[in-house]
Design a protein around this ligand. Structure first.
Ligand code: GH3
Ligand code: MG
Ligand code: MG
Ligand code: MG
Length: 313
C-alpha cells in the first residue's frame, strides 16, 4: 500500500510538473531594475512555457501595461527613480488593471513591507533570494486559480471567447479608462448571415462547429487589447480600444473577405462557409454605453437590409 501511494504521488508530481511547464498560455510582466536577476527570470520562465515581457522601471512598466494585456506581474520593490510602490497606485486607479494578479519580489523581509504590499493589492510576497521552484509554484497556483475562476464566470463554453456578462462589465471599464487616457475606441456587432439554414441543412452540431470556427477566425485578427465576446446565439461583439471606426470597419472587412474565400469549419471532408453582417460604431464623448451598442446594432441591421455580407458604419 505504501509503495502504491508513493507511485501515485510520483505520478501526481509528474503531472504537476508537466502542467508547470506548459505555462498555462499566460503572459507575464517582470519588473525589476536588477538586469541579471531579470534576465535569469525571463529565460527561466520562458523555458516553463510562459510568454514573458520585462521592464527595468516603473515608468516603462506603466507604458507596457497600457499597450498590452498581462496575466500576472512580478514586481520588485526597490527600484529607481520610482519604487515598486508607485505602481500600486497606478494599478488601483485603472479599472482594467485593478485586479491583475501580482507577486512582489523583494529583498526586504520586514513584516511591515509584506503587510503593506498585501493590503495594497499584492497577492503574494516572495523574499529574495528565492528558490526558482518555489516562485514558479506560486505563480502557477495564482494563475490557475484566476484562470479557472475566469473560465467559469466570464467565458462562453462553446467558443471559449468572453461571454456577454464579461463584455458588459468590461465595456464600462474601458470607457472609464478612456476618461483618463483619451484614445478612440470602436465597437463591432457581428451577426452570421442565414445561420438558421446551416442548422436546418446540416444539424445543430455543425452549427456549433461554425460558431467555433468564426470565433477562432475573429480572434486571429484581433489585438490582445481587443475584447471579443459572444453576445447571443450567432452574434459576436468586439470592443477595440485605440481604434477608429474607419480602422475597425477595415479590420472587420478583411475578416469578412476571409470568410468569402475559405470555409470557417470542416467536418469529415465537408467544408462549411458562411458570411456575416457587421455594424461598426466609434464611441463619442458622452455617449452612454447602451446607446453606443444600439448604434452598432442598427448599423448591422442596415447591413442585413442592404443584402448581408457587408460591414457598415
Ligand atoms: P439573418 O441573416 O437574418 O441573421 O438570418 P439568421 O438565420 O442568421 O437569423 P435568425 O436570428 O433567424 O437565426 C439565428 C439562428 O441561430 C437560430 C438558432 O437556432 C441559431 N442558434 C442560436 N444559438 C445557437 C447555438 O448555440 N448553436 C447552434 N448550432 N445554433 C444556434
Ligand atoms: Mg531592485
Ligand atoms: Mg441574430
Ligand atoms: Mg443571423
Amino acid at each position: 500500500i505504501i509503495l502504491q501511494r508513493q507511485q501515485q504521488l510520483t505520478v501526481q508530481q509528474e503531472q504537476g510538473f508537466r502542467q508547470l511547464q506548459t505555462g498555462l498560455g499566460s503572459k507575464l510582466l517582470v519588473i525589476d531594475d536588477d538586469d541579471l536577476l531579470r534576465s535569469f527570470l525571463v529565460r527561466r520562465l520562458e523555458l516553463d512555457g510562459y510568454t514573458v515581457h520585462e521592464a527595468d522601471s516603473v515608468e516603462r512598466a506603466k507604458g507596457m501595461l497600457h499597450d498590452d494585456v498581462y496575466d500576472l506581474i512580478l514586481l520588485d520593490l526597490m527600484m529607481h527613480p520610482q519604487s515598486g510602490y508607485e505602481l500600486f497606485d497606478h494599478l488601483k486607479e485603472d479599472p482594467t488593471l485593478k485586479w491583475l494578479p501580482l507577486i512582489v519580489l523583494s529583498a526586504r523581509c520586514d513584516v511591515h513591507d509584506k503587510v503593506r504590499c498585501l493590503l495594497l493589492g499584492a497577492n503574494d510576497y516572495v523574499t529574495k533570494p528565492f528558490q526558482y521552484e518555489e516562485l514558479a509554484a506560486r505563480i502557477y497556483s495564482l494563475l490557475s486559480r484566476t484562470k479557472s475562476f475566469e473560465q467559469l464566470a466570464f467565458r462562453d463554453p462553446l467558443t471559449g471567447v468572453y461571454n456577454r456578462r464579461y463584455f458588459d462589465h468590461q465595456v464600462e471599464l474601458e470607457l472609464q479608462r478612456i476618461a483618463r487616457y483619451p484614445v478612440p475606441i470602436s465597437l463591432a456587432f457581428i451577426d452570421i448571415d442565414r445561420f438558421k439554414t446551416i442548422n436546418d441543412s446540416y444539424g445543430h452540431a455543425i452549427g456549433d462547429l461554425v460558431l467555433q470556427g468564426l470565433a477562432h477566425l475573429l480572434q486571429q485578427h484581433l489585438r490582445p487589447t481587443d475584447i471579443l465576446a459572444r453576445y447571443g446565439g450567432e452574434e459576436f461583439v468586439v470592443v477595440m480600444p485605440n481604434t477608429t471606426g474607419e480602422q475597425a470597419a477595415q479590420l472587420l472587412n478583411s475578416v469578412l473577405q476571409v470568410t468569402n474565400k475559405q470555409p470557417v469549419a470542416q467536418y469529415e471532408g465537408q467544408s462549411f462557409s458562411i458570411t456575416f453582417s457587421c455594424g461598426v460604431s466609434e464611441w463619442t464623448a458622452g455617449l452612454p454605453t447602451a446607446h453606443w451598442i444600439a448604434l452598432a446594432d442598427e448599423a448591422m441591421y442596415r447591413a442585413k437590409q442592404q443584402g448581408r455580407n457587408r460591414v457598415l458604419q
